[in-house]
Design a protein around this ligand. Structure first.
Ligand SMILES: [Zn+2]
Length: 258
């Protein structure tokens, strides 16, 4: 990942996604922004108890830093609902920027829309089919991994837009790494089919689980790009729920220009 400075804020970008014309993506770091501790500073979530005015100002700043567009935020439920954002939704522009869409994954083929996933340890998995020009952004925590929301989203891109997983590029955002994904009660929490990805007595490699699910869905292994950055190990850059229960959310966003 590349670190890019935008005035007093920083974003991360993946070289593999920068390579495509007319595609904008970013992972916003927590530094800068208007929120006070424990949400300092670029908290983008209205659902964590932060001052709503600070969150709105942070969202506006992110919009300015990432060349505008219509920012679509989700109300994530750790479930597997996938929403397709259509041209009609874009026409309602203002509404979808102020109301969150209840979903854990968003897909669109509409230029000018930016799909945002907010996280603090969970993964945001961004997808782009460069031939069909369709993007998706997926919120994937351990429940999402267990339910294979990644594979379901790839399938939906294929069934609804005729995408080819062989033409897709995926980027997994900063999230809990194998160093910190400890599940003491994993025998009760993590489904048995994922035990294969256990890397210590109680630790799991969810990055490898996502890669496995993407490749199983038809992506080429070389087109899957991992974060290599653990949120809990980098609390100065990212919000981490495991590092501090009361904290903010940063966002990954992706969309085509238009
Ligand atoms: Zn870690």
């Amino acid at each position: 990942m590349l670190l890019v400075k935008k005035k007093e804020n920083y974003i991360f970008q993946f070289e593999a996604l920068n390579h495509f014309q007319g595609l904008t993506h970013a992972i916003g770091c927590r530094n800068g922004g208007f929120s006070l501790p424990p949400f300092d500073g670029m908290n983008l979530s209205h659902g964590v108890g932060d001052d709503p005015e600070a969150v709105t100002a942070n969202r506006k700043r992110l919009l300015e830093m990432t060349s505008g567009g219509v920012h679509v935020y989700t109300h994530q439920n750790h479930e597997t609902s996938i929403r397709v954002i259509t041209r009609e939704a874009k026409r309602r522009g203002e509404a979808i920027q102020t109301e969150s869409v209840p979903a854990d994954a968003l897909i669109t083929d509409v230029p000018g829309i930016r799909l945002l996933i907010q996280t603090a340890d969970c993964q945001a998995v961004m997808l782009f089919d460069s031939k069909k020009r369709v993007v998706a952004n997926i919120h994937c925590g351990w429940r999402g991994s267990a339910a294979n929301i990644i594979g379901n989203t790839v399938f939906r891109m294929v069934s609804e837009f005729g995408c080819d997983p062989g033409h897709m590029t995926a980027a997994i955002g900063p999230s809990l790494g194998p160093c910190c994904a400890e599940f003491i009660n994993y025998e009760n929490e993590i489904p048995r089919q994922l035990w294969l990805f256990r890397v210590g007595p109680h630790h799991f490699d969810f990055w490898r689980i996502s890669r496995h699910q993407l490749v199983t869905a038809g992506l080429l292994d070389g087109n899957v790009h991992g974060p290599g950055m653990c949120t809990r190990c980098n609390p100065h850059l990212f919000f981490s729920y495991r590092a501090a229960r009361e904290t903010g959310r940063f966002a990954a966003l992706i969309g085509m220009d238009g």
